[in-house]
Design a protein around this ligand. Structure first.
Ligand code: GDP
Length: 359
């Protein structure tokens, strides 16, 4: 266990974990994202949730509020949680940072009425290959015959409200699904019975993306598990992945990036992979959308002097026309040799190119 390392590190320096969502088509990935974002996003700054470039940021304060019925608030140490909005494996396989996955943790969505499906197994294989932590959202529990809606309730509370028949059906399906996971070599257990929260047994959280049961549990577990098991990964040091390269009216070519770790400043010298050569440039503007405005609405950006991880950001700088999405962005620190950093950036490009050749 890494408990020794975690206690010696300042909790102030923990960054926000990054989460992505995977699973078979129609299991409810998109709906779950909508549901965890909640109506708060539409209602303005309530809870401080901000919709970012391809991601949603939940400040710890908001998670605390939404999980208060679970009485676990003292345990939040990370500043928030960044959830990547693109469901599916593309977001997982294409977004990489220095050779490892961008996401610290994934939500694997399974439809309780269907069990494991072909893309569930594909997702599982990817997660195993990358050694990525995940939790299983056993979704659509409101489809169980006779389910009594307990809007946004913690799952144990909601389950207590159900009839014996519903509880019986739930347990039968759960047992079948646990067996299906076992056939894939994966141990799973209902999260509140999985006291270890260890690597060997993955947690299942029953959810409804329609009526919100189990969503508080899902949010809390994501944060608690990441902060417990990944203190080393969640400590700041500069890391950034390019999501997209786009021309924006009034801004020229910009790149949308996820700052996974560390801090970016206006004026920082950066190196990005180019089609032929590394692009050495400096940050002219660090932009995020205005809260409540979709990024697509042009001209509606906030400028920042500096931004801390994890956040998604639009960067404006000269010479980005040939930048390549999916590669890392490097910040040249005061002690770094530009040539070494350029070499690291090009290594990254070669690995992206070899992936493109294979597909
Ligand atoms: P995705 O393909 O995994 O992104 O699935 P969607 O989020 O598009 O959902 C597929 C369908 O299932 C849609 O019609 C949703 O409204 C429905 N759905 C998703 N989650 C739930 C749920 O928890 N309960 C019920 N009853 N329907 C759901």
């Amino acid at each position: 266990e890494k408990s020794g390392a975690s206690s010696s590190k300042s909790e102030d320096s923990l960054r926000s974990p990054i989460c992505c969502i995977m699973g078979h088509v129609d299991t409810g990935k998109t709906k779950l994202l909508d549901c965890i974002r909640g109506t708060n996003v539409q209602e303005g700054e309530a809870g401080g949730i901000t919709q970012q470039i391809g991601a949603t940021y939940f400040p710890a304060e908001n998670i605390r509020e939404r999980t208060k019925e679970l009485k676990a608030d003292a345990k939040l140490k990370v500043p928030g949680l960044l959830v990547i909005d693109t469901p599916g494996h593309e977001s997982f396989t294409n977004l990489r940072s220095r050779g490892s996955g961008l996401c610290d943790i994934a939500i694997l969505v399974v439809d309780i009425t269907h069990g494991l499906e072909p893309q569930t197994i594909e997702s599982l294989n990817l997660l195993k290959m990358r050694n990525t932590e995940f939790v299983v959202a056993l979704n659509k529990i409101d489809r169980l015959y006779g389910w009594k809606v307990c809007r946004n309730a913690p799952i144990v509370k909601a389950m207590k409200q159900q009839s014996k028949d519903v509880q019986f059906e739930f347990n039968t399906r759960l047992t079948q699904i646990v067996t299906q996971f076992k056939e894939q070599g994966i141990n799973t257990e209902l999260y509140y019975k999985n006291k270890e929260m260890g690597k060997d047994t993955f947690s299942i959280i029953p959810t409804s993306a329609i009526s919100g049961e189990g969503i508080p549990d899902l949010l809390l577990l994501l944060v608690q598990w990441t902060q417990k098991t990944m203190v080393d990964r969640l400590t700041y040091s500069s890391e950034c992945t390019v999501l997209e390269v786009k021309a924006i009216e009034g801004h020229g070519t910009t790149i949308d990036v996820v700052l996974i770790n560390g801090i970016l400043h206006e004026g920082d010298q950066i190196i990005v992979c180019g089609m032929q050569d590394p692009i050495v440039t400096s940050i002219r503007a660090l932009l995020t959308p205005h809260p409540m405005k979709e990024l697509r609405i042009k001209g509606s950006y906030l400028h920042h002097k500096e931004i801390k991880a994890a956040q998604s950001i639009k960067i404006n700088a000269q010479g980005l026309e040939h930048a390549i999405a999916g590669t890392s962005l490097y910040v040249v620190g005061p002690d770094d040799d530009v040539e070494n950093v350029k070499e690291a950036a090009m290594e990254d490009m070669r690995s992206v190119m070899s992936r493109i050749d294979k597909s």
